[in-house]
Design a protein around this ligand. Structure first.
Ligand SMILES: [Zn+2]
Length: 366
């Protein structure tokens, strides 16, 4: 079912991982894709975003069928310069000095292979869109900076999840970041410490009292950056903390945010310090039912290539969050990458091949 060329696919993947593409510097990958799209007769356009571009490719198809969007990202986490891929018995790793970049180049390679097979076999299909976003890894900047009203798709399939092929992410959290600025009162730490209010001490108390870590199955919070003070002989006048809160459940997220604000205000007031808090919604979560059409399409395509669908909940955000937020029903599917964001990252060639077959099965099912 869905004959692909594993050898050609492997070559594409190896070519891709050898091209460095840290966030905002995806040009070498775009330059690799452009001639392939031209050769295949795929129309494509670049969309400026920050210091880079998003790439949208389209393939016309039977207008009577549903339009599908396939999406992945062009950038990789660092270290990703001079990747030396090592192939051993169907398993591909880096030489240990860099990440491999299977996140998300396995998806790019699978999409290209599917496009080639479509052209070779003349398999019938509906209108197709392929979106390659930039700067995903550092905060979903590419997709956030892309005009999603250009997308005509009824359903979207993002290939940017790990583990065995068949993983279907149905849920992902909303993420909020908060910054706490504590202002105390400076004083000489040796001569008259009683005249000072230590912002560091106040902030420490806020952090130890606020909800932190694993709050429940759906909710987490983490104080990730802290700074403050100028010298050991000065009672610290200011202290700063940046933290995040995530939850699948928006009501729980709001409740944790409120508790952090209350703890911060009460603690600061008790010590005679001032507090200023900013908050930024990084992305909204999504939650899809197992019987929703996009999920049913994904699970039946997974079965069609002989795999077992596995419903998952993610602790992190991806382009899927933004696409769902724009009103296009989207799931995030596994492309087989493993130990991602580490120099031990690896992927099995058979998983990339199944990923390419899964793309074809989805196209076939629309
Ligand atoms: Zn990724």
């Amino acid at each position: 079912m869905y004959e692909i060329s594993s050898e050609r696919l492997q070559n594409t993947f190896i070519d891709l991982v050898k091209r460095p593409s840290p966030s905002w510097k995806e040009k070498p990958v775009i330059e690799y894709l452009a001639p392939i799209f031209n050769e295949l007769g795929v129309s494509w356009s670049l969309h400026p975003c920050g210091q880079s571009h998003n790439l949208l490719a389209r393939i016309d198809g039977d207008p009577g069928r549903k339009t599908l969007l396939f999406s992945c990202h062009l950038d990789t986490v660092v270290p990703c310069e001079n990747v030396v891929p090592v192939i051993k018995g169907g398993k591909i790793t880096s030489d240990g000095n860099t990440v491999l970049g299977g996140d998300d180049k396995a998806a790019i390679a699978a999409f290209i292979e599917a496009m080639r097979v479509l052209k070779e076999t003349g398999m019938r299909h509906g209108p197709l869109e392929f979106l390659f976003s930039c700067a995903e890894e550092i905060g979903l900047y590419g997709i956030k900076g892309f005009d999603l009203s250009l997308i005509r798709a009824d359903y979207a399939f993002v290939f940017d999840s790990g583990g065995d092929i068949g993983g279907i992410v149905l849920q992902a959290p909303t993420q909020l970041t908060m910054e706490l600025f504590v202002k105390g009162k400076a004083a000489h730490a040796g001569m008259e410490p009683e005249k000072g209010v230590s912002a560091i001490r106040v902030l420490s108390e806020i952090i130890t009292r606020m909800p932190h870590g694993r709050i429940d199955k759906e909710t987490t919070s983490n104080a990730g950056i802290i700074s403050g003070g100028k010298a050991t002989n000065i009672v610290a006048e200011s202290a700063y903390c940046k933290l995040e809160v995530r939850s699948i459940n928006p009501a729980k997220l709001r409740s944790v945010e409120a508790r952090i604000k209350k703890t911060a205000a009460e603690t600061a007031a008790r010590h005679g310090a001032k507090i200023r808090i900013t908050r930024n919604l990084e992305y909204s979560g999504f939650s899809l039912r197992e019987d929703s059409p996009v999920v049913r399409m994904a699970s039946s395509a997974v079965r069609k290539i002989g795999k077992k669908p596995r419903y998952e909940s993610s602790g992190g955000g991806s382009d899927t969050n933004i696409i769902n937020r724009a009103g296009i029903k989207a799931v995030n599917l596994s492309i087989g990458m493993r130990a991602v964001h580490t120099t031990k990252e690896f992927i099995y060639m058979r998983d990339i091949a199944s990923g390419a077959r899964l793309v074809l099965a989805l196209i076939d099912s629309a």
